[in-house]
Design a protein around this ligand. Structure first.
Ligand code: SAM
Length: 223
């Protein structure tokens, strides 16, 4: 059970809670921390603090992002899972769904596997996000594609995965400096969005993640 008490309130986003400025999710693995986050209890439930400096999805919520495609039974294709910080919160948000957590680095993957062991709805996949065909035998369906991979052509990689799995919704965390260190990040965000529109997606929102993440934006799309 959590270590401290606080007043947890629901939000417009299913599975996301607030207490003042603090964002929380209900812990699907009670008693377990993933990255040193604080745990709190209320009415027999345990909640995990979601730290916006550690997670672009939480930064998006703190910045007032209003499009939130996750539902309790969503299947989420998560590209760039690293050691599982944000994927673990997504796992809390989709307790009847699934998180296919794809990571290319064997070192990060080892930590990711440990996080998935406590979470029945998380499947770790050691794989390459640029090759969605290679993932298809493990991914039953994707209601949401979430991508956080810092490399060139982020929008191209994202569009390919969205199309391969016919995903209705997606969230793309864009790191401007991975595209071009010399360009104004705002131009890079607009170019990524323009590319996605050209590929046939409807861009719902572009949210700059400053001050939590410098030179990053979250782009939310529908197919
Ligand atoms: C910024 S970190 C992700 C952080 C994570 N999304 C979170 O919020 O907890 C980006 C990750 O993408 C991984 N990555 C880079 N290229 C990749 C690729 N082609 N396929 C899958 N993962 C990749 C990196 O190894 C790194 O762990």
């Amino acid at each position: 059970m959590g270590e401290a008490k606080l007043r947890v309130e629901t939000t417009a986003f299913p599975g996301v809670f607030r207490s003042g400025n603090m964002v929380l999710t209900r812990n699907l693995a009670p008693g377990k921390r993933v990255y040193g986050e604080r745990l709190f209890s209320q009415d027999g439930e345990e909640y995990r603090e979601w730290v916006p400096d550690r997670s672009k999805l939480c930064a998006y919520i703190r910045k007032g992002g209003s499009a939130f495609p996750f539902r309790p039974d969503s299947h989420v294709l998560y590209l760039g899972a690293s050691s599982g910080t944000t994927p673990s919160h997504v796992s809390d948000i989709v307790p009847q769904g699934r998180v296919y957590a794809v990571e290319i680095s064997p070192r990060m993957f080892r930590d990711l596997v440990g996080v998935c062991e406590d979470r029945p709805n998380m499947m770790p996949i050691l794989g390459d996000a640029t090759k969605p065909d290679d993932l298809s035998f493990l991914v039953e369906r994707a209601d949401v594609v979430y991508q956080d991979v810092a490399q060139k052509n982020q929008a191209g990689m994202f569009a390919k995965a969205m199309k391969r799995f016919s995903a209705p919704c997606g969230m793309l965390a864009v790191k401007a400096r991975s595209e071009d260190v010399s360009r104004d990040p705002r131009h890079v965000f607009q170019e990524s969005a323009a590319y996605l529109r050209k590929e046939g997606f409807k861009v719902l929102e572009i949210t700059d993640l400053e001050p939590f993440e410098k030179d990053h934006a979250m782009i939310v799309v529908e197919s």
